[in-house]
Design a protein around this ligand. Structure first.
Ligand code: HOZ
Length: 435
């Protein structure tokens, strides 16, 4: 299915006006409101493979992919069938199911650092629970994170955060008690000296370092050479836990996530998105001794009515099985490379300064003349120019994230023809920007 250039946004506009009378800002998650790029968010009515269709019957090649989970494309027949079959057997039991064992098995065989896994319903919940476990296990309170990294919206994590809070230029949120925020120390990403200093200044007090091993919520910023190894060494020496937030990178940048790709094993891993195949699932996992400190074996409490939900487990199992087909990760890698390199060439030919930063099938094109290595350099990107590019692409039927500071995703449903059509549209966009 190809993109079809938008004819009208009348119905989406009408729905957005209606939504604003019902939902704060008309949305359930801020970046979707198009605040950073202007214009009307498209209300989606259906999706299939690499495309989404909106309420005005416009069709877009989609690089948002529900912000990452849909690595096999929208409404993959095997995922849909698995969810339908599960739904027919009941939508939730509040009791253990075999499907939880099956998805857990698929997770632990992919991530050697994970011997036990606990399923929850969102990345926020997983990160919040991982922090609680890390504090309990170490008997320490301080958490270190990195400016522009995002670990969901739990109070302790909304400190110099990325994602929507970065998009809207408000890295902290009212409502987070100062006494709680002061237990989170945020320092620049990709700066080993800053980590050493923070451990020196807070000896014996740091429970954990949380990191997106490839930053994806300030746009894609890969770790510099040796950075993740340094985090591993410093945390181990200090008796602190290293927590990889692989909500985006897990099962994406390699079968076993960033920890496989970069060869660094964390103590705890936070997963989400792909392991739920587009349904609300996240998880945290680690070694047996650590994870068994959770209730009911241990006394660190965390629970959830919809945890391990059978529909969500079914979608996750079907998705992870699809990813085990031969050559899937090579295909994703090649598709990411084709898109990234072709966009960079097209921008250069048009004289538009961009930095295409990608790891496998996740990518951000920063409108900037210098590489983004951390929050400060990411922020130098020209967001107004990104907004113009975004709308030129949307108008031609290609949907990217409505913020400079998010990533785009390629799925196994994106064909070479889709990517070539995207690059042809980008040439038009770049020419318009340089005119
Ligand atoms: N800013 C979120 C992704 N990093 C957006 C999630 C959503 O709106 O679905």
């Amino acid at each position: 299915m190809t993109a079809r250039a938008p004819r009208s946004t009348a119905r989406s506009s009408e729905l957005f006006e209606q939504a604003k009378q019902l939902l704060p800002g008309g949305v359930d998650s801020p970046v979707r409101a198009f605040g950073a790029v202007g214009g009307t968010p498209r209300f989606i009515t259906s999706a299939s493979g690499a495309t989404v269709t909106d309420a005005d019957d416009n069709r877009y090649i989609d690089y948002v992919c529900s912000w990452g989970p849909l690595i096999a494309g929208h409404a993959h027949p095997e995922v849909v069938a698995a969810v339908q079959q599960a739904a027919a057997r009941g939508t939730s039991y509040g009791a253990p199911t075999e499907a939880e064992n099956e998805l857990a098995q698929l997770v632990v065989e992919r991530f050697p650092s994970i011997e036990r896994v606990r399923f929850v319903s969102s990345g926020t919940e997983a990160a919040m629970s991982a922090v609680r476990l890390a504090r309990a296990a170490t008997g320490r309170d301080l958490i270190v994170k990195f400016d522009g990294c995002y670990h969901g919206h739990a109070d302790s994590m909304l400190v110099a955060a990325g994602s929507g809070v970065m998009t809207f230029g408000q890295p902290d949120s009212p409502g987070v008690p100062a006494d709680l925020a002061k237990l989170t120390i945020s320092i620049p990403f990709n700066d080993i000296a800053a980590v050493e200093q923070v451990f020196e200044a807070n000896a014996g007090k740091i429970a954990a370092v949380l990191v997106e091993p490839v930053a994806g919520n300030m746009g894609v910023i890969p770790p510099s050479d040796g950075y993740l190894d340094a985090l591993r060494r410093i945390t181990r020496d200090a008796g602190a836990l290293l927590v990889f937030d692989e909500v985006i990178t897990g099962c994406r940048v390699a079968r076993g996530g960033a920890q496989e790709r970069f060869g660094v094993q964390p103590d705890l891993t936070i997963l989400g998105k792909i392991i739920g195949g587009g349904l609300p699932v996240a998880a945290y996992g680690g070694g047996t001794e650590l994870m068994e400190q959770l209730s009911p074996t241990g006394n660190v409490y965390q629970a959830g009515t919809l945890s391990g939900n059978p529909l969500a487990m079914a979608a996750g199992i079907a998705t992870l099985k699809l990813l085990d087909a031969p050559g899937v990760y090579d295909q994703l890698e090649q598709a990411g490379k084709r898109l990234g390199e072709s966009l960079a060439d097209a921008a250069e030919a048009a004289g538009v300064a961009v930095q295409v930063q990608s790891v496998g099938s996740m990518m951000t094109m920063f409108f900037s003349d210098a590489t983004a290595t951390d929050y400060t350099s990411a922020r130098r990107a020209d967001t107004a120019r990104y907004a113009r590019y975004f709308h030129h692409m949307l108008d031609q039927g290609f949907a990217f994230a409505p913020s400079q500071f998010e990533c785009g995703f390629v799925s196994t449903a994106h064909t070479d023809a889709d990517i070539d059509a995207t690059v042809a549209a980008a040439r038009v966009a770049f020419d318009a920007l340089s005119a």
